[in-house]
Ligand binder design. Structure first.
Ligand code: C2E
Ligand code: CA
Ligand code: CA
Length: 581
């Protein structure tokens, strides 16, 4: 390393030493004025004179060291000894320029290692030009060294997990890309993102969240080789470079091991925590050979893993590039749509199968895109969830819904109840969706039972305490809860007993083939039967034919919704239906 300006003898120190030849007795006093310790080494007799300040600095008394001829070199840290000797050899051989400079650790009297900056110069030479006498200073730079180490650590390591951070990860990835290309090998880059970490943080608090991240880092590290680079990319995202691979056969095994080790429950602050992760994988040089491209690929593959239902891994595929671009465009358009009021809530009637009358409706959002026309919520809701726009969208659905509902209940159908879809992501947000909804209800003077929310099975299964609490807020307020798309998810009924559920909505996929597929009929019947046993009402979705209606009614289903009765309608048209027969 090149010495910095401060490390060279200052101009005045230099001049002082130069003047030594004239006024030797004054040097010590003068040099010590800087606060440094001074030593004066007579190479011919091997003796060193150490200044008073030098001894003070190292914690010794005035008499010490004199017996061993002032030799302090035994105090040098073993790890620094070779370097000190080598620098000195070069200096004496004239290869180091006019000044000797070195940094090393010295042992002080208390047994502490102090970092020392040594600066020295030759003050007399023999006729061949070889040094006879060298005078130098020692400055204690321990504080500076510590600060430098801290800065170094912070620049390259994550303080929490002590894993390499994003900076070091990028450096390593860069190096590894070059290395595998030279050696004709390959590497795999994995992006590992925890599912629903925010929920855990919100429930258990940041301290527990931090502890969890440390343990997650430890578990992943335990599944990989020493030579692989595991880094904390930020938040709950980890990156892993599997380098020097002859074949990529092992990549999948590593991904599976990581998923498995993270699936084991964690025990943090007395809580048992179950988490999962989604992993995106990209390969170099097959997919890309640049740091940026590889990161983008792995991120897109990770997004695909999340979209496919989380707790899995996904390889990067070129199609994802295209998908990612159109997703970006969509996010942009969604932001504009929120500002420009391009969303409108439609309402689809829900029929009481016994009476045939409209008793409820489902609120379904519609987006009138300026260029593309109607865009399906099935396309934009998942993107809105990912882009952090779902809360704003959910909010406008509740706002429009309660606005119409109060009019309909006052003027058309007093007992009308409308159900609103609430995305699981809305439950992850701080506080959850309840507060806003309660405010709209009271603003419109609506009772809680005029509203119900539709959630998915996944929300209950992934439920951390936070989501449970947020769900209970609805129940406590008297807002009813429906499980949407029932039968398509985990379909484990055990959770139904543990949560305050009011309705099951049989997924359309079972209703579609009711008449033709005895299996689907059996499933529908089972759902109705079990639902009733648990005290729940059952709603069939996607009822399109009279045959389906009849079968469901015979099976004891309570409500039905579908094109047979009506498509989702704009508020005015729905209102007209309410006045119908
Ligand atoms: P979902 O909650 O399962 O809504 C039912 C979907 O089935 C709606 O699609 C509805 O138009 C459609 N549908 C109704 N009857 C029939 C039928 O007889 N046959 C067939 N084939 N389909 C029928 P839509 O409106 O396109 O909504 C799609 C999904 O988008 C919804 O599925 C829901 O998950 C989500 N979504 C819609 N609006 C919102 C919203 O305001 N917030 C949230 N978070 N999600 C919403
Ligand atoms: Ca729904
Ligand atoms: Ca549904």
């Amino acid at each position: 390393m090149k010495p910095s300006k401060e490390e060279l003898l200052t101009q005045s120190q230099y001049r002082m030493v130069e003047r030594l030849r004239e006024a030797e007795e004054r040097w010590r006093f003068a040099l010590e004025g800087t606060g440094d310790g001074v030593w004066d080494w007579d190479i011919q007799n091997g003796r060193t004179v150490l200044s008073k300040r030098w001894k003070e600095m190292m914690g010794y008394t005035e008499a010490e060291f004199d017996a061993q001829g002032g030799d302090w070199t035994a105090l040098i840290h073993p790890a620094d000894r070779d370097q000190v000797r080598e620098t000195l050899r070069k200096y004496l051989a004239g290869q180091e320029g006019p000044q000797y400079i070195a940094e090393f650790r010295l042992h002080n009297k208390e047994g502490e290692w102090r970092w020392i900056l040594a600066r020295a110069m030759t003050v007399s030479r023999n006729s061949q030009g070889n040094p006879l006498r060298i005078i130098g200073t020692h400055s204690d730079i321990t504080e500076r060294k510590r600060a430098e180490e801290t800065i170094q650590r912070q620049a390259y390591f994550d303080e929490l997990t002590h894993l390499p951070n994003r900076n070091l990860f990028r450096d390593r990835l860069q190096q590894e890309i070059k290395r595998v290309q030279r050696a004709n090998l390959r590497l795999a880059l994995l992006f590992i993102d925890l599912d629903d970490f925010k929920g855990i943080n919100d429930t258990l608090g940041h301290d527990a969240g931090d502890k969890l991240l440390v343990e997650v880092g430890g578990r992943i590290a335990a599944t990989v080789r020493e030579s692989d680079t595991l880094a904390r990319f930020g938040g709950d995202e980890f990156t892993l470079i599997l380098s020097g691979l002859g074949s990529t056969d092992n990549v999948e095994r590593v991904a599976r091991e990581i998923l498995a080790t993270l699936a084991e429950p964690f025990h943090i602050e007395g809580e048992r925590i179950v988490i999962s992760a989604s992993i995106g994988i990209t390969l170099c040089p097959m997919d890309a050979t640049e740091v940026e491209d590889l990161c983008k690929n792995a991120d897109q593959a990770m997004f695909a893993a999340k979209s496919a239902g989380r707790r899995r891994f996904c390889y990067f595929m070129p199609e994802m590039q295209v998908a990612a671009q159109s997703r970006l465009r969509l996010i942009n358009d969604l932001r504009l749509a929120l500002e420009a009021d391009q969303f409108e809530v439609y309402f689809q009637p829900i029929i009481d199968l016994a009476s045939g009358g409209i008793v409820k409706a489902e609120a379904l959002i519609r987006w009138r895109h300026p260029d593309r026309g109607m865009v399906s919520p099935a396309e934009f809701i998942p993107v809105a969830e990912h882009a952090g726009l779902i809360a704003a969208i959910g909010d406008l659905v509740f706002k429009q819904t309660t606005h119409h509902l109060s009019r309909w209940r006052n003027n058309h159908k007093a007992g009308l109840q409308i159900s609103v879809n609430v995305s699981p992501v809305q439950f992850l947000n701080n506080g959850g969706p309840y507060a806003k909804i309660a405010a709209y209800l009271s603003e419109r003077g609506l009772p809680a039972e005029s509203l119900s929310i539709e959630i998915t099975e996944g929300l209950l299964l992934d439920a951390t305490f936070a989501t449970t609490d947020k769900l209970l807020q609805f129940r406590d307020a008297g807002i009813q809860i429906a499980i949407d798309d029932f039968g398509t998810g985990y379909s484990s009924l055990s959770y139904l007993r543990r949560f305050p559920i009011n309705y099951l909505k049989i997924d359309q996929s079972f209703v579609r083939n009711l008449a033709s597929d005895p299996n689907d009929m059996a499933i529908a019947e089972a759902i109705i039967l079990m639902g009733h046993k648990l005290g729940l009402r059952v709603i069939a979705e996607g009822v399109e034919t009279e045959a389906q209606r009849k079968l469901l009614a015979e099976a004891g289903c309570d409500y039905a919704q579908g094109y047979l009765f009506s498509r989702p309608l704009p508020a005015v048209e729905f209102e007209a239906l309410l006045d119908g027969p």
